[in-house]
Design a binder for this molecule. Sequence first.
Ligand SMILES: [Zn+2]
Ligand SMILES: [Zn+2]
Length: 419
Amino acid sequence: MKFQLDPFKAPCGCGIPHTVSVEEIVLEPDALLALPGWVEKRGFHQPVMLCDHNTRAAAGDRLLALFDCPVEVVCLDPQGLHADEKAVALAESQLPEADLLLAVGSGTIHDITRYLAAKKGIPFVSVPTAASVDGFVSTVAAMTWYGYKKTLPAVAPIAVFADSRVLAAAPRRLTASGFADLLGKITALADWRASHLVTGEPVCDRICQMEEDAMDAVCRQLSGIGAGDPDACEALMYGLLLSGLAMQMMGNSRPASGAEHHFSHLWEMEVINPHVDALHGEKVGVGLVLALAYYHRLADALSAGVGLSGYDGVEKELLDRFEAPDVRRQVEEENTPDPLAAVDREKLLAVREELAALLHALPTGEEAAGMLRQAGAPVTMADIGLDEGLAGLSARLSPYVRARLTVMRLAKLWDFPLA
Ligand SMILES: [Zn+2]
Ligand SMILES: [Zn+2]
């Protein structure tokens, strides 16, 4: 599948400047074979590969054998490897002189490489080993920085070489997780559109359409994803790359991350729950099902004419749940000013019907759950080892992990119980 980037660079009527910095995307069987020639043609002399033991076995060693020139390798231990300050320091301490980094792996290796590439001012090439997340071509790195789940500025890869044979051979669990990450765009887009409706936040219809196209293409191949079918894995990767491009064009993760990701971030921060041993997309999928259930209940309440709540600013008792002083301070910063302060209550009441219509039009939690199950992804909090009794608290607390306005956050303004 040849990825045509030109259409994405065409001028857009929305008024938001869109930049596409990735120069080439190759998504096809044996895409790896084209990488050494590309490196030579582009005049790089000191490529350094970043990988872990698993991804080295999945694609790294094969790729090394294709190069004529020596390629140094920084190979990390996948056991307990996270995109955090410790992994970055470890990788940086082993990093030899380089003029190009090759990220061979899934999301974590990409986030570490992306951050290091930005810090050192070196370009990097993405070689995904699984269709597991949509962040491969994104410009930001999702990192846990001293306990706080942050989105740090980083760089997008200059090229992507995604080998669909490698993707199809990846563990099914990773592929299912990638599907769940993509399906999460349902609430991410609803949150963006709702914010546009309520606060006038700029929205780009073309980018929303890209995310919808990405989901459509993949939802037609659901059973193939569960079965690890090569064509379905390639279609999924296409969708994930499209979603990543949407983020790149927007310059932030607005098109791809909303309330469903906030659940995931909250659980990763281990504020109200012990460590969750689940993949990024798995947590996002569970967050999506939860968010959709709330959104449909809110839609019903809005249609029934629910009034405004007595909300009068950030709920301090909830912020105090973030007990570690550093984390508490960062949450405070993230919520200053309170994004709900930008919401005009009169306007909110005036768009009640429209907001209800937007939410009623979404798939239900059960529908999303059915698709996740078919793809082989977890669905409930219990499926990923979380206490179901934490659903209400997660719904009230999770909007505070980001300044981004979501329907979950807006729900606080309505006389509607988030429990
Ligand atoms: Zn995601
Ligand atoms: Zn646009």
